[in-house]
Design a protein around this ligand. Sequence first.
Ligand SMILES: Cc1ncc(C[n+]2csc(CCOP(=O)(O)OP(=O)(O)O)c2C)c(N)n1
Ligand code: SF4
Ligand SMILES: [Mg+2]
Length: 289
Amino acid sequence: MKKIYQRDDYNTNQKCTWCPGCGNFAIWYMLKQALFELKINPHNVVIVYGVGCSGNGANFTDVYSFHGLHGRALPVAQGIKLVNKNLKVIVMAGDGDSMGIGIGHFIHACRRNMDITLIMHDNQIYGLTTGQLSPRSDLGMITKTSPTGNFETPVNPISLAISSGATFVARGFSGHPRPLKEIFKAALIHKGFSFVDVLQPCVTFNKLNTYAWYNARAYYLQDDSTYDVHDFNKALSVSFIWGQRIPLGIFYKNYAPTYEDSLNIDINVLQTMDSSPQDISEILKEYEV
Ligand SMILES: Cc1ncc(C[n+]2csc(CCOP(=O)(O)OP(=O)(O)O)c2C)c(N)n1
Ligand code: SF4
Ligand SMILES: [Mg+2]
């Protein structure tokens, strides 16, 4: 008999270790809720995690999981998707992971357009390593590694994603869980690479970008009925708004063929390739001097 999945089927029996009040809770809860509402069952989902506080979600979420290296979750996810076209492949990674060490992978994932969703836990700081500057930290921010205030221009993930060719680009806020869930659902059903930048307060180490700070600035692009998500130039221009006002919602959406569809190879061949250790001694002999 076909199993009917319930909300709790997406949970393991492990207790969450995030600090009380952390914005990660809403991201975790709303992603599970979005999957449940879309009837994407746990056994059809793979989440690849980077190393960071967000990565600890691997312990609490009962879907197929791969806890990758810091900055390397996207390439792992792409490999999984390439040979398992029918799985829903999601990446959960921090702002340090995605915009620092992994920024090269981010740009290539955007332009490659594989059918993967990247959810970036954007707390504008390195949380797991206890509060160092991240490439997303605002100018002037005082952290352990910027005692006189940050003087490096922050990376703008939205404009980078749009200009690098991502076909779905959105921003949510973990202080607004219901709209966040709708954004997740739109990202998950999008065919192609979808990127969701989630503003996620780190209540322990980021005392600047708090729930109140975001709440005072956030507004939704979709509140303007004339906003056209297919307008590339408009999306790029609003992506630069940050400061007194912070736009949320879907910035840009478009259709382009996915990498895996364009590649047009028989995936069954890849799945049956012999991956056991091979004897390469004969090949190595060719390089002997
Ligand atoms: C290759 C590598 N470099 C550095 C580290 C140390 N490290 C672990 S998590 C982290 C940053 C975490 O920040 P972020 O990605 O924003 O995640 P958060 O903890 O804020 O969710 C770093 C530098 C590592 N684990 N591996
Ligand atoms: S350190 Fe920050 S990001 Fe990490 S669990 Fe605590 S509040 Fe959340
Ligand atoms: Mg972070």
